[in-house]
Design a protein around this ligand. Structure first.
Ligand SMILES: Nc1ncnc2c1ncn2[C@@H]1O[C@H](COP(=O)(O)OP(=O)(O)OP(=O)(O)O)[C@@H](O)[C@H]1O
Length: 450
């Protein structure tokens, strides 16, 4: 598949900066006047069985009341006294109460559903005041999802305060609590890398594009030279933050535009077209599981396929678990296939051994009581003895070594790419390359940035 690539042409195309939608914000008074003439909030409805907010396209996500007016937090705090009597007239849904302030919510008209996750539905909305498209993450109503959302808001605030350039992590524009659902308003981004792959029939991304994605991903989790270029920008590990849920679904292209390139020939000898994004610019989303590194993290984190061995073995985890996930993501992007396609711990560890070689003895010996059942006599993996089925043994046996996977899907920079992946996927977290070190790897020297 790699053989059909036209590397040079494609690489120039990918780095066109994304076009920004034109926004002409209206005055607060205009919006307020318009609102007086509009019908009120959508009807009250019961949430669906999973606690998701029920909506119709075209409705408002925020209510309108007679006294609706849009004010930023700054304006409210300044004008609060002057407007006190008017504010009293606002209905409860229009006012977000915070410790020291009253903030009126921005009005969003629902245009479509953009995505769904365990915690939420994400709706494409039209922000009538700023006249921009935004993505509103509407959290499920159950208390545990509300708590997780509040945690995500704290993290996003922390990121926003420290990454003024908003380069690599999605920007939160606002948040509010509406009918028992926390709604987080984000800048609207394009499709996730996973959605892009899926819509493209899992056709792998060209290696030069994978390199650009890899660089940005590592920059998001490290800090590195960005600090030199933008002294006010710090990135996750530099802020003592661990994302813990890096996966292609949580990496979003900034732009939805793409270009078509000739792909492989089909059986009728017609050239199939495949898409690549027009711009390689990406941002990280979903900070709901992010944690500050106050040492001693235990427990299970990360989505299965991107989960590091130290997490599965119960050895405790820290920043290196994000680096492992980046390794899994990069190989998925260049092959179109999930590296560890499994749903079970022992099979997962056996797949790791098949692709990356034997797990280090010292890690096996330290496995916690939950993971002991995957170990035989404290010395090696209980495989194939503990396999759930013959099919599972066959699948694991047939997996290619890492180098074989790279050789199969990648036509250029193979040696450097394999070496980088081996460093990102080092079993021992203490030996695993850091995001910062990875950015200095020779794989990233061969790129359009130089
Ligand atoms: N800012 C955004 N712009 C465009 N689409 C978005 C945006 N934020 C989220 N999405 C879409 O919504 C989906 C779900 O969002 P998100 O990952 O934040 O939800 P979640 O419930 O936390 O997910 P998970 O189940 O992984 O925990 C994303 O995969 C993406 O497709």
């Amino acid at each position: 598949m790699e053989g059909h690539r036209t590397r040079k042409r494609a690489r120039l195309g990918w780095d066109v900066p994304p076009t920004q939608p034109e926004a002409t914000p209206r005055s607060l008074l205009d919006v307020a006047k318009e609102d007086l003439a509009r019908p009120s909030s959508p009807p009250l409805r019961v949430d669906d069985r999973e606690g998701h907010y029920v909506f119709n396209v075209g409705e408002n996500l925020t209510p309108r009341c007679k006294y609706w007016i849009l004010l930023s937090e700054f304006q409210v705090s300044r004008l609060a006294l002057l407007w006190k009597s008017a504010i009293i007239g606002f209905c409860d849904e229009c006012i977000r109460r915070s410790d020291h302030n009253l903030t009126l919510i921005v009005l969003n008209k629902i245009l479509s559903k953009m995505g769904e996750g365990t915690f939420c539905r994400v709706l494409e909305c039209w922000d009538r005041q700023s006249r921009e498209l935004v993505a509103v993450k509407v959290i499920r109503s159950a208390q545990r999802y509300c708590d997780a959302a509040k945690h995500e808001i704290d993290i996003l605030h922390h990121l926003a305060q420290n990454d003024s350039s908003g380069l690599r992590c999605v920007q939160m524009l606002n948040w509010f609590d509406y009918r028992n659902h926390i709604c987080i308003v984000f800048e609207k981004l394009g499709p996730s890398l996973f959605d892009f792959l899926r819509r493209n029939n899992y056709y792998p991304f060209p290696v030069d594009l994978v390199r650009e994605f890899g660089r940005q991903l590592l920059e998001s989790v490290a800090c590195v030279w960005i600090i030199l270029l933008h002294p006010t920008s710090y990135h996750m590990h530099d802020l003592h933050l661990i994302h813990t849920d890096l996966k292609p679904e949580n990496v979003l292209l900034i732009s939805s535009e793409n270009v078509k390139l000739p792909g492989k020939r089909n059986s009728w000898d017609e050239m199939m077209l495949r898409c690549v994004p027009k711009s390689s610019a990406i941002k990280l989303i979903d900070f709901g599981s992010s944690v500050f590194d106050n040492l001693g993290h235990r427990g299970i984190v990360s989505t299965r396929h991107y989960r590091a061995p130290e997490v599965i073995l119960g050895l405790g985890w820290s920043y290196p678990c994000d680096v492992w996930s980046v390794g899994c993501i990069l190989i998925e992007l260049c092959s179109g296939k999930t590296l560890f396609q499994t749903h079970e711990n022992l099979e997962h560890l056996a797949m790791m051994e098949s692709i990356l070689g034997p797990l280090p003895k010292h890690m096996i010996q330290k496995a916690n009581c939950g993971a002991e059942k995957y170990i035989r006599k404290g010395a090696r993996l209980n495989w194939p003895e503990g396999a759930a089925s013959r099919e599972s043994i066959r699948v694991v046996r047939e997996l290619a070594r890492l180098k074989g996977v790279v050789d199969r899907y990648v036509s250029s920079s193979r040696t450097e790419f394999t070496d980088l992946l081996q460093s990102l996927l080092k079993y021992d977290p203490a030996e695993r390359i850091t995001a910062q070190q990875a950015l200095r790897h020779p794989f990233f020297r061969n790129s359009s940035h130089e």
